[in-house]
Write a protein that binds this ligand. Sequence first.
Ligand SMILES: [Fe+2]
Length: 429
Amino acid sequence: MDKFEYFSGIPEVGIVPRAPHAGPLLRHVYEQEHGRGGFAGKVTHTYHLYPPNNWLPGETRVLDGWAPLWESRLRPIGGVHHALGVSTPAEPRDVYRGMARLVANATVAMNVTAPTAPMDYFFEHYSATLVVFVHQGGGTLETLFGPIAYGRGDFLVVPKGIPHRFELAAGPQYYWVYESFAGDPEKSEAPTTGQFLTHSRSDYKFPRTLDTRNEAGRFEVVSKVGAVYTRRVHPTHPFDVVGWRGDYLPYRFAVEDVRPLTADRSHVPPSGHTIFKLPGCYLCVFTVRSVEKEGMWLPFFHRNLDYCETIGYHFGDFFSRGGVVREGMVTVHPVGLPHGPQPAAQKALMDGHRPRLHNEVGIMADFTNPAQISEFALGLSQPDYMKSWAAYTTEPRFAHRPDRLAEVRSLAEGLADARDELRPRPDTP
Ligand SMILES: [Fe+2]
């Protein structure tokens, strides 16, 4: 025994050889590599009791129509905002068989699932890394590397290809599931704000408890490549791992650990709340934060000319939606079409109200052009969402008035010398 303890340069748990592919232990356990970038990217090695390829001959099947709503046909989207109601599946489905696509571009998709049935199989997604946001529910994500407990408000990142299974706790479950087809989520950082805004890598919780299964039986594994679902059957439990080493791992990240950027005298744009960058998509979290002390505290009217914006509403005031949107709903704002506060929120700003807190959590995913919406999502679209801005045409304070131009000129003249309270004032003691 060494006199001192040491960290290995690579995370490792359990029984592992001195180095990948090296040492006499490899004559007694089965090493498996899980690697990205064609043997040149992130990689983890797992060490198994039984050969990973011990599937039963003649049991492999392509499963037709296995997750039909996951393959819901996509349509072009434009010129109309959508608010998608909460999905309420007609029949009991598990996490993946009940997965339903909402929005997608070439490299990222957003889906929803509201599972009520257990998974009686293990799942491997060969086309995408999954980012799951748990809007409601909880349980245990069982993975090859060990279990991860999760609950409401957690993100779960499951890298492409990693065998896993959701064990659901009792009660309703509702997840938004983002698929990244062209790369793993990258933590968003900027040189101006450093590596601890909007969160720290120490907030990621990787599995460390091995739950090695030395079990015989019939263990079904379903894999997905594009729209092809295939089942195979193994005679031993797939989580027969005695140790692993590497940095290609699933993890949990709690939304409460997002520590948002705030600004006293300006409005932080949505991109300032980015947590993950995916190829073709930004994933942002609007969380509980102080209201700006001066300047705009509402989002400004804007048209996003390069992204289709989605927001999943987790809880809270949803200040900019003026009470139109409820928890669990998703808005889809297509590229170009202007949007901004609903009239009630705009009135609050104009009347000088300034709340202390933005008391809300919303998950925004912005998709680069061209993004499409699914037929399933169109079926959830609330017919009245475009009307939620109707007061801009009917309320006298927003509607046309012959004296409006003169009024603005006069107000602007009165405000010409107005300044922020928080500005530097060297002459004031
Ligand atoms: Fe927007």
